[in-house]
Design a binder for this molecule. Structure first.
Ligand SMILES: Nc1nc2c(ncn2[C@@H]2O[C@H](COP(=O)(O)OP(=O)(O)O)[C@@H](O)[C@H]2O)c(=O)[nH]1
Ligand SMILES: [Mg+2]
Length: 320
């Protein structure tokens, strides 16, 4: 599977799609090619804004991305949408739904939408998403939106990929009622109360004010306060204002050097995870070590060996 770098840099979608398929492949040869490809394109990356979109299933993330995405393309920006869904099967069941929610956007020549990689792919979903994100940047996209499903660790993984973390909420009910995990609020750079329409309009305003008050109280002396806004993704109301706020926040983060600092930290954690991954990979590519690993797991499970000794034994065997 050879990727034409010139075509990729020119923003050709078919080449971009093919390149993402390559990094998602579990085939060993493909993985080697993918690694070389990522190395080659790395100098062309880093110029986009990376925005995470999170919130419990059904809050309206895909619908919001459709509205927000159209707002961005109307401003002349090229946007790519990536989805991180650890629950989605290899065929990408949830994406069919997403594509219908993003009907306008999926027909927009300045937008590129990519379903989530399969959960089985090596190194975990977020790993592949980082590489897909870098490919989108090399293809010249200005803004990358990463939608995540509020399942498992995915929010934390996405927060470690993006410059800016958007948390969508529903009108009414505290975070516990809405199934928002402890700690997620702390990741947020902005909170958006969606579905502020119809009978929920007033309710959304109350929720917005409650959360804004909470953030005001939480903020330290010279910390900037997380802003809480409301919108209707369905009716596309207040989307412009949200885009203005997001970009003014991002500009501020860039000017203050916070963005640069964040990306450097993310690179450190990417590096560390890569070391873990590559070590594990070489460990298991050695047949004897892989066999011993399975044997020892069983022994530990049957209380015939202790975990510490077994781990040491495995590593010693591998290193010899
Ligand atoms: N009333 C209303 N419904 C919305 C809004 N945004 C999304 N929905 C609906 O909520 C449901 C879930 O939306 P979806 O975008 O798939 O949510 P996701 O799971 O977070 O991606 C769909 O039926 C949408 O039509 C909104 O702003 N107002
Ligand atoms: Mg969705």
């Amino acid at each position: 599977m050879s990727i034409d770098l010139k075509l990729l840099h020119s923003g050709d979608r078919r080449t971009l799609a093919k390149a993402i398929t390559l990094v998602e492949s579990t085939n060993t040869n493909h993985q080697k090619e993918a690694q070389e490809l990522i190395q080659k394109i790395l100098p062309q990356t880093g110029k986009s804004f990376r925005i995470g979109i999170s919130g419990t299933p059904g809050v309206g993330k895909s619908t919001f991305i459709e509205a927000f995405g159209k707002e961005l393309t109307s401003r002349g920006l090229k946007i790519a949408v990536l989805a991180v869904d650890p629950t989605s099967p290899v065929s990408g069941g949830s994406i069919l739904g997403d594509k219908t929610r993003m009907e306008e956007l999926s027909q927009d020549s300045n937008a590129f939408i990519r379903p989530s990689p399969s959960s089985g792919s090596l190194g975990g979903v977020a790993f592949k998403t980082r590489e897909a994100l870098l490919l989108c940047e090399a293809a010249g996209f200005d803004v990358i939106l990463v939608e995540t499903v509020g399942v498992g660790q995915s929010e934390y993984e996405v927060a470690d990929l993006v410059d800016y973390f958007t948390l969508l909420m529903l009108p009414g009910g505290g975070d516990e009622l809405q199934g928002i995990k402890k700690g997620i609020l702390e990741l947020a750079d902005i909170v958006i109360v969606n579905k502020a329409d119809g009978a929920n309009k007033q309710n959304a305003e109350t929720t917005k004010n409650d959360y804004q008050n909470a953030f005001n109280l939480m903020a330290g002396h010279d910390e900037s306060v997380v802003q809480v806004l409301s919108c209707s993704a369905l009716e596309k109301s207040n989307i412009k204002e949200i885009a203005d706020t997001v970009f003014s926040n991002l500009d501020e983060l860039k000017k203050s050097g916070s963005l640069d600092k964040k990306r450097k930290e993310q690179n450190i954690s990417w590096f560390k995870r890569l070391v873990d991954e590559l070590l594990k990979k070489s460990l298991f590519s050695d047949k004897e070590t892989a066999k011993l690993y399975n044997e020892l797991s069983e022994k530990v499970g049957a209380s015939k060996a202790n975990p510490l000794d077994s781990a040491k034994q495995l590593i010693d065997k591998f290193l010899s």
